[in-house]
Design a protein around this ligand. Sequence first.
Ligand SMILES: *[C@@H]1O[C@H](CO)[C@@H](O)[C@H](O)[C@H]1NC(C)=O
Ligand SMILES: *[C@@H]1O[C@H](CO)[C@@H](O)[C@H](O)[C@H]1NC(C)=O
Ligand SMILES: *[C@@H]1O[C@H](CO)[C@@H](O)[C@H](O)[C@H]1NC(C)=O
Ligand SMILES: *[C@@H]1O[C@H](CO)[C@@H](O)[C@H](O)[C@H]1NC(C)=O
Length: 963
Amino acid sequence: MEVSPWLWVIFSFSVLLQALVILADTNVQDTSGLNGIAANWEPQPSNWLGNDPCGDKWVGIICTGNRVISIRLSSLGFSGTLSGDIQSLTELQYLDLSYNNKLGGPLPATIGTLSKLQNLILVGCSFSGEIPKEIGQLSNLAFLSLNSNKFTGTIPPSLGSLSKLYWFDLADNQLTGGLPIFNGTSPGLDNLTNTKHFHFGMNQLSGTIPSQIFNSNMKLIHLLLDNNKFSGSIPSTLGLLTTLEVLRFDNNAQLTGPVPINLNNLTRLAEFHLANCNLTGPLPDLTGMNSLSFVDMSNNSFRTSDVPTWFTTLPSLTSLYLEKVGISGELPKGLFSLPAIQTLRFRRNHLNGTLNTADFSKQLQLIDLRDNNITAVTLGAGAQYKKTLMLSGNPFCNQGDSNGAICKATGESNPALQSYSTAFNCPGLQPTCSSSQALSPNCVCSVPYRGTLFFRSPGFSDLTNASYFLLLEQTLKAKFLNLSLPVDTVAIHDMLVDTNNNLQMSLEVFPSGKVQFVEQDISGIGFILSNQTYKPPPVFGPYYFLGQTYSFSSGLLQTSESKKNRIPLIVGVAAGGAAVVAALLAFTVCIIRRKSKPKQTEERSQSFVSWDMKSTSTSTAPQVRGARMFAFDELKKVTNNFSEANDIGTGGYGKVYRGTLPSGQLVAVKRSQQGSLQGNLEFRTEIELLSRVHHKNVVSLVGFCFDQGEQMLVYEYVPNGTLKESLTGKSGVRLDWKRRLRVVLGAAKGIAYLHELADPPIIHRDIKSSNVLLDERLNAKVSDFGLSKLLGEDGRGQITTQVKGTMGYLDPEYYMTQQLTDKSDVYSFGVLLLEVVTARKPLERGRYIVREVKAAVDRRKDMYGLHELLDPALGASSALAGLEQYVDLALRCVEESGVDRPSMGEAVGEIERIVKMAGAGGVAESASGSMSYTSRTPPHPYDGDSPSDYSGGGLPSMRVEPK
Ligand SMILES: *[C@@H]1O[C@H](CO)[C@@H](O)[C@H](O)[C@H]1NC(C)=O
Ligand SMILES: *[C@@H]1O[C@H](CO)[C@@H](O)[C@H](O)[C@H]1NC(C)=O
Ligand SMILES: *[C@@H]1O[C@H](CO)[C@@H](O)[C@H](O)[C@H]1NC(C)=O
Ligand SMILES: *[C@@H]1O[C@H](CO)[C@@H](O)[C@H](O)[C@H]1NC(C)=O
């Protein structure tokens, strides 16, 4: 195509104009403002020289055009004060001075004139005096982090005017007085209806908590009032905060009165802390609060009561701390087998009778029953509870027999309970680093950026469980890399729960490709943590970080490199014509550079995970807690060198091998083939999900291997192949109507568990008959979580995501809107129901099972007139009791619109009714029972859809991944 030369000239000019804007000297007012600020600091930022902060790329300064919109100077060790010159920067949107712990003095009131300011981040400095009431004028403020400073005085009521505020953190100061509320003229905190986080813990706030402060317009998810001096009682308006997920009132010694009974309204509450107050009345009844994972109500003045019934009903509970709350009676057996339970602390109560731990959850790590009245202990036959049990101070321990360890009076910690710490992955001898450097997990000496992470309310108490912390490391590192920061690895060490009830751990961030970070790197890393750009996995709850000053070995050095780049362009402007070409060239180079950047990041993240094998030597890891790490050589041995004979399946990803662990346990090892390694992300997702999912209808992960460039997952071995193979006759397992009902019931329960009980909830995204495995008793087990999605921070919502799944099972609504909800799994499950009753592939030779059944259903006829479509192997249709109800349910599951579909929980209830109708109840029989079962080597149970699965011509099965 011929381009008009005039167009070309116009284009060139527009490029030149853009270049001019970039080159133009920074707004004079902004420049003098920054110089004024720096004049009060020691040392000064290294390259803040001259008068063009934007053009010269001053450290920590981001501009739009010639105006400064962002100042990010985290962790650079400035001391001094914040000068009133800040008011000159009238276009400022972000101000982050976090972790400069010698920067202090009062905040200038003129900060209130920065009307564009959105994020004000001063965490971890030493600012003192009162919080200026003028901050209330910042009508665009969304993120206010003044925590961990030395502010005194009261919370200014004017902050109630910050109608866009989302994050409000004043914790860890010396604030006094009460919580301001609307008083007729002046606003209060009750006006903050868009704020999701009230973080006010660790102050000296006092007075009663006004009942008006909570109202139903609020959207709070985290309410942290812990470690203060509040008095009076908890207002019953608390029950209006139905979005609440984390609630802390602990360590307010004068908080008294009963806990409001409408607490049960808070059904999303996951973390609940009331310890060390002076609360009275009955022990709160937590019935129906099914999201609870961490409950601590220790040391209150509750009325003496019997063991409450809710003890055995909370499905997500990991930690129950009830020391000295006046409960008496015998602990129910079911408490120890709660599916997620990790820690039970009941010291100093009046518990009596027999302790019966015959049935216990394998997550359970610690039972503290010291100083109670327990007289007998039943550990049960078979697998016994062998983790920490503390019984000293009970009559049981006065019997003088050999109950040594459990009756020992001292020593809370079990030597086996070593909290997690990042391991070093050194192939040979661990090198010694010079004193300013440290060893990275990848075994390189460099200068790390250090600080402390504080988790204010984690949803777990098992600090030995590597799966939590590996995920923390990986997601944190991924965030740094995503934002193009040169990070090699992160490490966490020295975990402890401090006196404020925060879980703290030290964090080290190591540089990639160099021995130390430059200032720009540090300000970027600090900002990601201070601005909460990094969000940890939801189970970690709210956090804050306190960074240390980074030591640049040669001090803050001037790096004036960026100045040189300007010169040719200025010449270009002056020299006219020829320079236009130069400018264009420079511009093009710029664009090309930009484009190549994401690729770099990708390459980095390909190689970023490393798990140390030494840390998991089997001798220190007594049992599988979550997932166990295997070394490559171990799995090589277990599968007899990945021998042909042990090959039980092939898929797009590689092969599946059967193996026998030294313990005798049969496992299936899914080995990704070189070149088609699952994305690290998907691999990690699968490990993370599987390791905390425990349900008899969900396949369980034994361990994983990420070693010598291999990715392998080790699953429990499920011997009877997939549901799909049974339906097609491929596996030799034949299923009659009743068995099919039991199998779909099991699958439904597995999926319902993922949706409703897993924490966080999980959407499977790839429900299909080849992902339902059958064990030796033909119990269904849902497998293959490679595509699963966690539901986000707000829990029950939807996720916008690239559409993935398998054709034929894919929810059309999800496909069109890309909004993934749990109802997408319900759709796929509906397709599976139809597949089970017809034994037809969902999509075969252009025929779509959903359409076929919908078209054929005639509700006036016997068996809905579906005789033609039913699987002939089911035999006489007269024997298919409940078929109509089954078809009704299937069709409801495949309704066009997600809201018209039942939840998986409802589907379970309905299938249970159908099972009764068909007389198929009772326990599952063994596979070799009454059915016809031809014994032969079971085929690949972990295979997804290998091409041969859809050999019948027509549409192949495929994973849909549109661009
Ligand atoms: C409301 O509070 C403001 C600010 O604290 C105060 O100036 C005013 O007098 C109060 N008004 C009433 C009616 O109490
Ligand atoms: C603050 O909330 C009260 C009711 O709680 C309301 O009447 C008042 O108008 C609100 N003020 C502002 C500034 O939003
Ligand atoms: C419970 O929450 C609902 C909103 O979901 C609210 O309408 C109701 O008033 C609350 N009940 C109590 C007793 O606070
Ligand atoms: C606890 O509350 C009771 C009254 O309910 C009071 O007598 C007692 O002094 C309080 N204890 C503390 C430590 O404040």
